[in-house]
Unconditional design. Structure first.
Length: 78
């Protein structure tokens, strides 16, 4: 099932399908390793839902909710 990274629940895992958006924000996400094919795991979410802490490519990364909303992920089914 595909959904936005911003809609993930804590502990959920998936594979990045595509990164939407354009310009600086998209380039910044690519530079941080958020690219199609990368596995992502949602570790934490701040009390008000912004920012999110994910694990991707072996390191922890913090994303704002509006950045995470640009990342489409295929979730792993159990």
């Amino acid at each position: 099932m595909q959904k936005k990274l911003s809609a993930f629940e804590i502990g959920e895992t998936g594979r990045v399908i595509k990164v939407e958006g354009e310009g600086r924000v998209r380039r910044r996400l690519f530079d941080m390793g958020v690219t199609p094919g990368a596995m992502v795991f949602l570790r934490k979410r701040a009390p008000l839902g912004d920012p999110l802490e994910i694990t991707i490519r072996g390191y922890e990364l913090t994303l704002r909710k509006d950045e995470a909303d640009l990342v489409v992920v295929e979730t792993e089914t159990k």
